[in-house]
Design a protein around this ligand. Sequence first.
Ligand code: PDD
Length: 280
Amino acid sequence: MPELAYLNGEIMPIEKAFVPIEDRGYQFGDAVYEYIASHDGKMFFVDDHISRLERSMKELSFPKVSLKTVKSAVEKLFKESQIKRAGIYIQISRAVDQRNHAFSNKEPVQIVMTVRALPEKHIHAKDGAAAITMEDYRWDRCDIKTVQLLPNILSKQKAVDKGAYDTIFISKEKIVREATSSNVFIIKNGSVVTHPLTNNILPGITRKVILEICQNKNIPFEERFFSLTDLYDADEVFLSGTTTEVLPIISIDNKAIADGKPGKLTKILYGELRLRAGVK
Ligand code: PDD
């Protein structure tokens, strides 16, 4: 089962794929991306990912890209790899062009994809993980999925250096936003709470699916701002994302969340999310 790359229409082994040094994604971070997961040979929420990719490009005034081409390329690459449990990365950069801050949008976009095997389950899925918090110092368009991820990677590394799994970003006003590559949920008195969709968080596809599950299962939920104190005092906390799935957070800044074990409702939502993906 080969791990493969797609480069502007051609499929090849990953180690054979190179982008030119004047790719604007490489030089300026002038590129958008998506990350799709598959379970048991089926990719999930592909149309949602393609729509979000389209929105990211539109917000950054990219030239028009045929989304049909992107979708059929993703499907072809995934099929050729024959990897049943895969992570599919798609990156579109504005162009290969002479380095210039201003862009002409006259050169074609660069479309790059990789498909690689993913572990069947997240390493912390069963026992949960620790998180730390940090002031959010990212830009104010975190709703756009760009490859400019320096604050995210530095904050993730800080968590790892402290023996934690991830960092949760908090605004200056102490509002809980999201983690470095996941959305954040708390559960308080039986209600599932997450940050509303604004420019300060990514409109996560897993987030959306979890809210749909709550709706269908009559689990109370709210999209509202909540504070760092609410986070510490929550009955349950979890992260959501394509690879994160539903990940219980059992301690934050070295303080246990409730009894320091994955919560009941978190486990239910994890199970429901996996059912939606056709796995137990
Ligand atoms: N990250 N918030 C941020 C900042 C993210 O980067 C992601 C996804 C999410 C969750 O979105 P979704 O449920 O659509 O995966 C929230 C991907 C997986 C990544 O960076 O690889």
